[in-house]
Design a protein around this ligand. Structure first.
Ligand SMILES: [Zn+2]
Length: 262
C-alpha cells in the first residue's frame, strides 16, 4: 500500500494487493477530514475501483472536485455507499449525483445508506437539494439490517450496523474464492496460451500428449480479496467482524484513515 503524506492535497491512490492477477483494483482516497476541512485535506471521500465496478464511499463536500483531481469520472461510479448522514460523509452526494446527470451516465447507480432514522427521506433531500435536469437512474438501497445487500460477479457486498450517535452502517466487499494458476506446473504440462484459459474455464484439458490435466493439478486455491469500510464507530462487535475478516489480504479504510491522520 502506498500513501504519501508529503502531498496531502492530492487524492492518493493505493494498490490493494500485489498477488492478485487482476490489476485494476485500487482505493483512491479523495479526502479524510471530518467535520471541518483543512487547507490540505478535503472532507471524506473514497473511490474503490474493483475490476469493472467503481464504488464511491461517503462522498463528503467537495468530492466532485476531488474526483476531478484524481482522474475519477462520474461514469466510473456504479455504486455509492454512505455510512451515515453526518455532513462530512454525505454533503457531496448532491454534486456527484448531479454530475452523473450532467455527464449522461447511462447505467443504473445503486445508492446504499442506513434506513433507520428516516434515511430514505434524508437521502431524497440530498438528491433533490437543488433544481437540476435529473437524468441518472438511481436505485435506492436503504440498509435495514445486517447481511448481504448486493451480489455481483466480482463481489458480495455486506453491511452491518455500527455504534455511532446516528444510524450508521459499515460495509464489506468480498470476492468469491478462486484459484491461482501455477506457472511452473503449467509449463511442465506444456499448457500455454489460450489453453490456460480453457483449463480455467472447463476445469480440465487434454494435452497434445493425450494426458488429461485437471485444474487442481496446475493451480492452487486463492482466497478472495476483501475490503472493509468502517467509519466513525465506537468499538463494537460489528466493526470487528467487518474489519477482522479483511486481515492482511486487502485494505481496511478505517485503518487507512487512521494512518493518514498522523
Ligand atoms: Zn459521524
Amino acid at each position: 500500500m502506498r500513501i504519501s503524506r508529503s502531498s496531502p492535497p492530492r487524492p492518493e491512490q493505493c494498490v490493494l494487493a500485489e498477488s492478485v492477477p487482476v490489476s485494476n483494483r485500487e482505493l483512491v482516497v479523495l479526502g479524510t477530514a471530518s467535520q471541518a476541512p483543512t487547507r490540505t485535506r478535503n472532507h471524506n471521500g473514497y473511490f474503490l475501483r474493483w475490476d469493472d465496478e467503481g464504488v464511491l464511499f461517503d462522498p463528503g463536500e467537495g468530492t466532485q472536485r476531488q474526483m476531478l483531481l484524481a482522474g475519477v469520472t462520474a461514469t466510473q461510479v456504479n455504486r455509492i455507499c454512505v455510512s451515515h448522514f453526518h455532513g462530512d460523509h454525505c454533503l457531496g452526494l448532491p454534486g456527484v449525483v448531479q454530475r452523473m446527470s450532467l455527464d449522461g451516465v447511462a447505467h443504473e447507480v445503486s445508492v446504499c445508506f442506513p434506513a433507520d432514522g428516516d434515511g430514505v427521506a434524508i437521502f431524497r433531500n440530498l438528491r433533490y437539494a437543488t433544481l437540476y435536469h435529473d437524468r441518472v437512474t438511481i436505485r435506492e438501497n436503504p440498509v435495514t439490517s445486517g447481511g448481504v445487500i448486493a451480489k455481483t460477479k466480482a463481489f458480495r457486498l455486506a453491511a452491518r450496523k455500527l455504534d455511532h450517535p446516528v444510524p450508521t452502517v459499515g460495509y464489506r466487499l468480498t470476492e468469491p474464492d478462486g484459484r491461482r494458476m501455477l506457472r511452473e506446473r503449467l509449463a511442465a504440462k506444456g499448457i500455454e496460451g489460450p489453453d490456460v484459459g480453457r483449463v480455467q474455464r472447463d476445469g480440465r484439458i487434454t494435452t497434445r500428449t493425450g494426458e488429461t490435466v485437471r485444474l487442481q493439478d496446475v493451480s492452487a486455491p486463492r482466497p478472495g480479496q476483501k475490503f472493509a469500510f468502517v467509519m466513525d464507530t465506537r468499538l463494537c462487535d460489528a466493526a470487528f467482524e467487518l474489519a477482522l475478516a479483511v486481515r492482511n489480504k486487502a485494505v481496511s479504510a478505517y485503518q487507512q484513515v487512521m494512518d493518514l491522520q498522523f
